[in-house]
Ligand binder design. Structure first.
Ligand SMILES: N[C@@H](CCC(=O)N[C@@H](CS)C(=O)NCC(=O)O)C(=O)O
Length: 370
């Protein structure tokens, strides 16, 4: 049997990767998993990513999709979930709205992510490491140096300082979990009411009141998974304090178990195999000989950005490593570039896709003049 075409490069303990895993399972898609290191170097991923250093990335053939926001959109585009856009309660607020879903995702990734990260076991003691294997990495000097480079241009992470501040930072976490609790109250009550009133299997209970979990549920899932799997602030993060959030959490896990692909969920392959797949696809690519792909240039962008223009694309928050290439496709939502040929021959000929939101595109000529 041939292996699934979707390949996820990730590592255990990544909340962003768990968000994508949730989306794959909700859709019951077959997928391959490549385990990478939680820190640089990643010699078996670098030839594909041309400098982009964040995790996860999704590979399909020799196309590389960066950032979970874009990965989830790409999955929805390629494998639409029929009912994910149906609202559980006709007449209720337009919670299926893709824009709202994106807003929730942005809040989760920019706000909740930081709140949970601040509670991580930075500088984990031997006891903490023994109690939880996911804690060990937070006391690994190489990991701390890597994360210092990622977020602060090398300014060392002060693990002790973060630990001292955690009781104060906890206020942010508990209040943002309360925001989620409030968002879930309506959908969860409606779900429970429906379950009590009919023999039919109840549907709904999701954050945006959709029939099946949406991108917003996947985003929240990744961060709540991180919080609970590392057992942070256990005396505050309880079902008594957040009944709807915990009910949703249980429901989400059941849903993922029930819908995941029965035989081809998380088919393990090696980094070498993933590279071979990309190399084979690169050889067969039509666009290799001069952008054979459909050239979609958003009308609104026609003056500012041109297909074929040489640019760099980099995240605007952290891990700001630019990837250089020519624009193949650009819309308000995303940009696809073809990284330049690599004289060493170490890199693979790929197309790289990025979301526009959260990424900076700089024309190379202007970058040189700055
Ligand atoms: N906005 C990005 C953020 C991804 C992110 O920050 N991932 C973390 C791991 S959970 C990361 O890349 N850390 C640095 C690394 O692993 O090199 C996304 O949604 O994919």
């Amino acid at each position: 049997m041939s292996k699934p075409e979707i390949i996820l490069h990730h590592y255990p303990g990544s909340p962003y990767a768990e968000k994508v895993v949730a989306a794959l399972r909700i859709k019951g898609l077959p997928w391959c998993s490549v385990t990478t290191s939680p820190m640089l170097p990643r010699p078996l991923l670098d030839p594909l990513t041309h400098g982009y250093r964040r995790i996860p990335v999704m590979q399909i053939g020799n196309e590389v999709f960066c950032d979970t926001a874009l990965i989830l959109k790409e999955l929805e585009q390629r494998y639409p979930t029929r009912s994910s856009s149906d609202i559980a309660q006709p007449g209720s607020h337009q919670a299926n709205n893709a824009g709202l879903s994106e807003m929730v995702t942005t809040w989760v990734d920019k706000q909740l992510f930081g709140n949970v990260r601040d509670q991580m076991p930075w500088g984990a003691s031997a006891e903490e490491q023994k109690a939880n294997p996911l804690a060990a990495v937070f006391n690994n000097p190489a990991f701390l140096a890597d994360r210092s480079q990622l977020s602060g241009g090398g300014k060392p992470i002060n693990a002790e300082g973060i630990r001292r501040a955690q009781p104060l930072l906890l206020d942010q976490l508990v209040s943002n979990l309360d925001t989620l609790e409030k968002a879930l109250q309506g959908p969860q009550r409606a779900f429970l009411g429906q379950r009590g009133a009919t023999n039919k299997a109840a549907e709904g209970g999701w954050i945006l009141n959709t029939l099946t979990p949406s991108m917003a549920d996947c985003s929240v899932y990744g961060k709540v998974w991180w919080l609970l799997s590392t057992k942070r602030a256990p005396e505050f993060v309880t079902p008594t304090a957040y009944p709807c959030l915990f009910a949703w959490w249980g429901q989400m896990n059941e849903y993922l178990k029930k819908h995941r692909h029965s035989t081809l969920d998380k088919v393990k392959i090696s980094g070498e195999e993933a590279l071979q797949i990309a190399r084979r696809a690169a050889t067969a690519s039509v666009w290799q000989e001069g952008y054979g792909l459909t050239k979609k240039e958003g009308a609104h962008e026609a003056e500012r950005r041109k297909v074929g223009e040489l640019v760099t694309v980099s995240p605007n928050d952290y891990g700001k490593v630019p990837v250089k290439g020519r624009i193949v496709e650009i819309t308000k939502e995303r940009v696809c570039i073809h990284p330049e040929n690599d004289p060493t021959g170490e890199k693979i000929d790929v197309l790289m896709h990025f979301p526009r939101n959260g990424y900076i595109i700089v024309p190379v000529v202007k970058a040189a003049a700055l």
